[in-house]
Design a protein around this ligand. Sequence first.
Ligand code: INI
Length: 149
Amino acid sequence: MSQRYLIVASRFNDLISKALLSGATEVFSEAGIGASQLDTLWVPGCFELATVAAQAARSNTYTAIVCLGAVIRGDTPHFDYVCAQTAAGLQQVAVATGTPVIFGVLTTDTIEQALSRSGIKGGNKGKDAAHAALSMAKTMQQLKELTKR
Ligand code: INI
């Protein structure tokens, strides 16, 4: 069966999300994943990533789902709630559905730290997220073959 991937990106801090998205897209393209095998959806903030990931995973359409965004610490505890619930929500979707859900969300104290992890000033965690999705696709295929025997 041909592979199909979904990227879900958060509009909040969209300068960072767009840079992560471009890194992820580049890696998929280098891996031979064509435009027809890669869908992208946007959500308002990282808190909403799990909602879309859950529905997408339940549809059994995607080999893996890559979630991208940046949560940057502010002056209130809001950061902690968004980070914790985003991470827990995405992990829950992955474990409950068996569809790999990749946590490509930066959680940083400052915008500078986010910039230096999104390819704008340094490495790009969006690329790492796409690599993780491709790697999980392989592992899940291996597992399928092993459990058929
Ligand atoms: N969403 C983010 O993706 N990053 C943030 O840094 C952020 N901060 O700092 O508040 C953020 N908040 C919005 C949140 O994800 C939801 O969209 C909002 O609470 C509506 O549910």
